[in-house]
Write a protein that binds this ligand. Structure first.
Ligand SMILES: *Cc1c(COP(=O)(O)O)cnc(C)c1O
Length: 389
């Protein structure tokens, strides 16, 4: 399977075939007990090495260009396991400012009691990261593109900085998916996914993944076995099914999002559109360089701060559903100020560009024109609402 293209890897890599029954799909092995004298190693679900777990890890390793990895029961299990495996008391970590809310809470709630120090980087330049490096800095952790403003960080630049100072790098690659971006191929040490999003892709699974070198996976696997965030064979089977269509789904989501971003960018009812495909995106050139596709996530601001009008807009949408989470085949919209960033003080939110009128769209695989018509109908309604208010 090596040297084939991503759509082929999605379908075939790692997938076991049972010659005896001529099955073209992997059988489900629900066993939590395996004969150890025959197997030579101890196979057990919490050791992350059952057949159904292995199939998916093989696919993800080939998709991301990593040597090894494990599958976890959620994205947060992947994040907490990785950080607590690699960090010791007294270590210091640099985090990009715009990271997933759960990761932010993990850092701000759990690090102090373990004696781990940290900083969040205010700016987006490599130099802003460099400024925060201390003698005890061990690791740089970042997300690109970020949530919800699709900020792009220069992966190669940060990797070069980290290597110069002998620091580890960890990237949460959830927003891009392995189809659009492969940070390990750009020198990053560990890639994390919330598989709940694009990898699962149907808004019906919760899992995560950690991908890295054989060497770095050793301490991570050791911690993972003790924290116990493993997955069962049934979920693994569904994940394998999902991964077979990962490439087709994401390519369609990329195309739809780019078309919608262009439409919104030309609409007088919209103030700002955030999508790396747009030439006016401040980091469009870096995105074009380091990504294979610009992704299915975009954000935009209605040209009003009237919360009633924004509420009307959301309620008028018929195809686009007002719901949390992202990465599924159905298009979802949410207000970060009302959901993911509700705990942030309003002034801080404003300063970060997460205004009350900002809306985040997770673009699905419906026909792009139907999605645009749906948005347009709702925009017309808002304009009337704004005039009457
Ligand atoms: C959702 C998400 C997570 C957390 O994943 P869970 O599967 O919900 O635990 C982490 N990072 C990013 C970027 C996410 O979107």
């Amino acid at each position: 399977m090596k040297n084939t293209h991503q759509p082929t890897v999605c379908i075939h890599a790692g997938s076991e075939k049972v010659a005896e029954h001529q099955s073209v799909v992997t059988p489900i092995y629900p066993a939590s007990s395996f004969k150890y004298r025959e197997m030579g190693n101890n196979v057990y679900p919490r050791y992350f090495n059952t057949p159904n777990q292995q199939v998916i890890i093989e696919k993800l390793c080939q998709l991301e260009g990593s040597e090894a990895g494990i599958l976890t029961s959620s994205g947060m299990a992947a994040i907490s396991t990785t950080l607590f495996a690699l960090l010791n008391e007294g270590d210091h970590v640099i985090f990009s400012k715009e990271i997933y809310g759960g990761t932010f809470s993990l850092v701000t709630n759990e690090f102090q009691k373990r004696g781990i120090k940290y900083n969040f980087v205010e700016g987006h330049e490599v130099a802003d990261f460099e400024e925060l490096i201390q003698d005890n800095t061990k690791l740089i952790y970042f997300e690109t593109p970020s949530n919800p403003l699709l900020t792009i960080l220069d992966t190669k630049g940060i990797v070069a900085l980290a290597k110069k100072h002998q620091l580890l790098t960890v990237v949460d690659n959830t927003f891009a998916s392995p189809i659009n971006q492969n940070p390990i191929l750009q020198g990053v040490d560990v890639v994390i996914h919330s598989g709940t999003k694009y990898l699962g892709g149907h808004s019906d699974l919760c899992f995560g993944a950690i991908l890295s070198s054989e060497k770095l996976m050793q301490p991570i696997l050791k911690t993972a076995k003790l924290y116990g965030g493993s997955l069962n064979a049934m979920d693994c089977y569904l994940i394998e099914r999902s991964l077979k269509t990962l490439s087709v789904r994401v390519l369609q989501q990329n195309a739809n999002a780019t078309k919608i971003a262009n439409y919104l960018n030309n609409s007088s009812a919209i103030k700002n559109v955030y999508h790396p495909s747009l030439a006016e995106h401040p980091r469009h050139a870096i995105a074009a360089e380091q990504m294979n596709g610009f992704g299915g996530m975009l954000s935009f601001e209605l040209a009003t701060d009237d919360m009633r009008a924004i509420g009307d807009f959301l309620e008028t949408l018929k195809i686009v559903q007002v719901a949390l989470s992202l990465g599924g085949i159905e298009t979802l919209i949410c207000s970060p100020a009302e959901t993911s960033h509700i705990a942030m003080p309003p002034e801080e939110r404003q300063k970060a560009g997460i205004t009350d009128g900002l809306l985040r769209l997770s673009v699905g695989i419906e026909h792009a024109d139907d999605l645009i018509t749906d948005l347009e109908n709702a925009l017309k309604k808002v304009r009337i609402g704004a005039l009457l208010a």
